[in-house]
Structures are given as structure tokens and as C-alpha cells.
Design a protein around this ligand. Sequence first.
Ligand code: COA
Length: 384
Amino acid sequence: MDIGIDKIGFYVPKDYIDIVELAKRRDVDPNKFTIGIGQDKQAVPLPHQDAVTMGASSADSILTDEDKKDLGMLIVGTESSVDESKSTAAFLMDLLDLPEDIRAYEIKQACYGATAGLQTAYDFVSLNPDKKVLVIATDIARYGIKTPGEVTQGAGSVAMLISQNPRVLKLNHESVYMTKNVGDFWRPTFSKTAFARGKFSNEIYVEFFQTLWAKFQKKYDATADDFSTMLFHIPYTKMGTKALRTLEGKVSDEKYAELTEHYQNSIKFSRDVGNLYTGSLYLGLLSYLVNGAKANENVLMFSYGSGAVGELFSAKIQPGFEQVIDKQALIDMLNNRQKITIDDYEKIYQIEYKNDTIVDPSTVSDKFYLSEIKENERIYKKMK
Ligand code: COA
């Protein structure tokens, strides 16, 4: 039975900052941020937006009533959850009008969460072929103002509907994975911002990719010639470039040129959005689907979540995938955002809603929003 991604949707907050303006304000050569880090714009979430509202928006962009009837499970991958106990998935039940006879829960393992969700969904659909699984990746990447990680922030959500006979991407059931206790990136429960040993994190990421690629080749008797595209976890686009570059000189020049060209197509959206944490690999997939993917291409996908878990798996782009993806709507969503100043971004960054906050709906332009915090409970609403 073929199983994989039947639909894929995306949500990004409407405000963004320009990375060149950020560089100038921080007294950094803009080329460091645009070339050295590989980013152009960074999404800025508003205080009434969080993992719940962004997750609701990305899922709402793909779900029909028919899909909801067929759902067996909802899995949310996030490291930006709003509650230490209740899952982001539970909040989404009302907002998305989901049927109650489903399993709904959250998975956390840094940027690996959504891949854990995807693989669990694969197993679930294998056993329940008439059911679908909704997997949502939703995160706000925050390192703090004037920190080295600031240029690698971002926010957004990717939702994927997993089913049999998928119309977008078939998972090939070829996968290798590994886990190690590594201190490359962490966010203690008291902190709203992440701590990272950035350069160490790069080293571990590349090391995981090399180890897993060697394992994959051995296990499946595979070579780079079996793939026309490799998609990487891209918290900032230079990071994937570093993994890809390890293949230079080890594969033919033609293959390396092809992989590089396709990689450039896969990072277009991330350059304009920034870090989605666990959604980053899947935003790369979406970018590739919109910017040059071909039916029947075999792709290799590298998922990495600091701490650290890595997984390398293969998939096949399905014939007719273009009909399932609203390319123009995605491009419009990115183009119709508004640029805000670095001053405004810094002000928004400092706002933290506390107990007894009531959000004025006339200040909200999104369908889903945090409406109030009452008795320390977050209450969400959907615009009529
Ligand atoms: N023009 C072009 N490139 C320039 C440049 C310039 N003027 N100045 C510097 N660069 C390049 C550097 O050579 C470097 O490239 P390299 O990585 O290929 O060697 C890159 O820009 C970054 O410079 P660096 O000095 O390493 O930057 P930094 O000390 O500010 O740290 C990060 C960069 C990425 C380590 C930091 O932003 C960070 O910690 N981010 C979070 C990491 C993370 O997301 N971890 C978890 C991921 S799963």
C-alpha cells in the first residue's frame, strides 16, 4: 500500500523584517546575514499568535469536512507549546471542528518532532488504511534580540494530511535514524528563548548527515544517483548547504550540480520566512514542490532535531501533485505580507501577555487568535 502526504498547507505570520535592515541595525556586514547565514526576511509573530493559532491556520488551509470525517489521529510537533501539560493538539480540536473519536497529542524533540509525527502517521495508516492522520509542525524560533542566533529566528506552521494513495509525496519506507545525547541546543522550561552552541550544532548536524547517509547507502545498496533531490532541515539555509557540500567530489560533478540546483529551489521559501524549527524540512519540501519539482522524482529527506535525533528517509513525488497544491495562494501569502521596522519588531518582541489579558478582536487580522488569558488559561477564538 502506498502511504504518504496527500495534502500539505502552510501558514506564515503577516509581518516580517528585512534581514539587511537587521544587519545594519546590528552593525554587521549585510553579506554575513544574506550570504554567510543565507537569509533574506524573517517572519515576526504578533503577541496573539502562537503555536496553537499558527497550527490552526495551516491545517485550516487544507482540511475539508470529508477529511475530518476520515481522521484517526492528530499529531502536533512543536517545541513552542503554550502549556506544559495540555497538548497543542487538544486546543486545536474546537478551533478546527475535529471529531472527538481521534487520538490527538503533541510530540517534542526539537526540530525532529514533525518527522516523528510523520513516521507514526505512516504506521497508523498501515494498520488503518481507511483512516487519515493530520500532522502539524508549528513553532516560533526565538533566540533573543542582539544574540548571535537572532538572525536565525522565524515563525510559521506546516500541516500535512497523511493517507493511503497520497497525491503529493509517497514515503518509500526506506529510513535510517540515530539518537545521541548532545548539548547543541536547548530551551529550559523557564526560558522563552533558546540557548545554542551554534557552531557545535552545525558540526553535529553535518556529522549526523554523513553517518546516516553512509548507513542509508549500506542498508539499501543506494547511491546519490538514485536521487535527483536532497531536502534538508534548514533552520537557516546555510546549514543545509553545509551538509550538501559534504557530497562535493564524492558524487559526479553532474549529480552535484543537479542536487545543488534543486537545493536552491528548496530554500526559496525559507530564505523569506526564517526558522520554523520542526516545520523547516517540510517548508523546504513545499518550496521545492512549488519551484521546480517533477513527478516521479526520488527525494532523500534529512530531518534533524538538536539534542539530538536525526533521520534520513526517501520519498517519491507523485504524478499530479501540482493539482493538489495551490501554488499561487502560497506565493500570494508570501508576497502579501508587510515589512515592519526593526524598532517595531523590537517592541513586539517585548510584549508578553499575562493573566487577565483580553485581546481586542479589531486589532486581529487572522482567522485564529488568542482571545484572552483568564485564570491563567489561554482561550482561543476563530473569527466568524
Ligand atoms: N560576507 C559573507 N559571509 C560572511 C561574512 C561576510 N561579510 N562574515 C561572516 N560570514 C560567514 C562566515 O564565514 C560563516 O560562514 P561558515 O559558517 O560557512 O563558516 C557565517 O557567515 C556565519 O559567521 P559566524 O562568524 O560563524 O557567525 P556567528 O558567530 O554570528 O554565528 C550561528 C552564526 C549560525 C552559529 C548563530 O547564528 C547561531 O548560533 N544560530 C543558531 C544555531 C541553530 O539554529 N542551531 C540549531 C539548529 S538545528
